[in-house]
Write a new protein. Sequence first.
Length: 438
Amino acid sequence: MKLMFLLLLYLLMLPFQVASQTCEWSELIGKDLVLYRYGRLKDGIFTDYRFTNPAGAEPVETLTLTDSTHFEWKYSLSGDFKREIELKGTKIDLYPPFWNNRYIFIVQRNDNVIMTEGHDGITRLFFIPDPKPTPESLPVCYNSKKGFCDGKLDDLMPTFTDFTYHSATPLGRHFLYVLKSEDVMKQWLESTEESLTLTSANIKPFDVTLFPNGEPVMADVNHKSLNDCNTLSVLANLAFQYPQFIKSIIHQESPESFRVDMFDPMGNPITVRVGNRFPVTYEGEPVLCVGKDNQPNWSTIMEKAVMKWIKVYQHVSTIEGCNSEWVAPMFTGDGRSFCVKPGRLSGKDLARVITTCLEYGMIVNGGFSQEGVALDGLKTRTYHGYTFLPPQKSGSLYSIRDIDGTGDTDGIMNVTTNDEAVAPLINIRIISPGAAAK
C-alpha cells in the first residue's frame, strides 16, 4: 500500500509526454474537428476522462468553422448548433454562449489532434479526419506482399474512417496525452499490489488454471457483470488467431502471481504483475470474465492487467465501456486501426472486408446499431462487443461471436446471404495485430 500511495502522489506531479505545436483557429477554417475524448484537466492530468463512441453512422460531436465569423457544432444526439464567432488567435468568442461556453481556447496541437479548453472547464480532444489515409496509417498485414491486404480492398478504402495512427506513438492517437512513463509507475506495475477498487464487490482468491483447454480458446472468454465487453472481444480474437502469442506474454510465477508483457503509451515494453485475487458479487458470482467452468483463466489475468495499466497511465478513467482500439495496443504495441460505420457497405462488400482482413491477420471487432434483430437463433445487442470470425459454418459469409458466450454455440452467430437486413446495422473496427503476428 505504501508503493500505491507514493504512486498516486507522484501522478499528481507528472506532465503529458508528447510535444505540442502552436495553432490558431484561423488555420482550422473549413476543417471538421471530430470530438473523441474529453475530461477535466487539473494539475497537468485529466480527471473523469471519457471518450465518445466512433461506431455510429455519424460522429457524436463535430465542430466546424464554416468561415471566419461562424461555426457549427454537429451533435448527433440532439441536433446541430450554429453560433457567430470572433477569432482572436488561439481563442474564439461565441455569440451567444454555447453550453455555457463564452469562449474556447486552443491549448495545443499535435499534427491532426487538437486540444481545446472551454469556459465550462472541459478539456476536449478533437481529431481532423484524413480522407486519404497514408500507407503508414493503415494496419499492417505481415503476410501482404504489396500494400494493404495486397490491394484487395483498395476499391472500398474511401469507406474506411476514424484512423487512429499517430506519428508521436506507435500505439496511436488514443495514447497521446497520457502520463509520462516513469520508474515509480513501472515499479508499481511490476509489484503485486492490486488495482481493484470495485466498491460493490468482494475480493477473494482463486486457484487459477491459466489454460484449462490446453491452449487459449475463445470459449475461455465469457463476459460477466463488468461492462468491458469490447476489451473481451479483443482477447477472444487474439485467442482465435494468435493463441501462442497469448501463451508467450503470460507467465505464472506462483499460484498467487502472474506476469504479463505489455507496452507503455510510447510503445516501450513493460511488465504488469497481477495476483490471483478477483472481485465477486455479494452472491459470490465472478465480476470479471471467466471460462465455461465459471473460474478465472488467462483471459481474467489479461483483463486485470488492463485495469492496472489504466490505473497508472489514465488514458481513460475506467476499463468499462473502453473501445477495442484503446485496449489492443497495450498488448500488441501497434495502434493502427480504422472503422467501417453502419450502412456504408453492401452486405457483400462488408463480408469481403471482414474475411479479407481476417485472412491477413487483422483483429476484427464490432457491434450493432440496432437492438433485438434476430440473427441465427440469437438477437443483436447495442453497446455490446462482438468478435468477428471467418465462416464457422458451411454456407455462411462470416461469423460473429457474442462475448457472453451464450448457449450451445458459444455465442457464435453465422451470417448468410439471407441476413441482408443485418449488414446495414454492423460497425467494425479493424486493428493491426502488431507483436501478435510477428
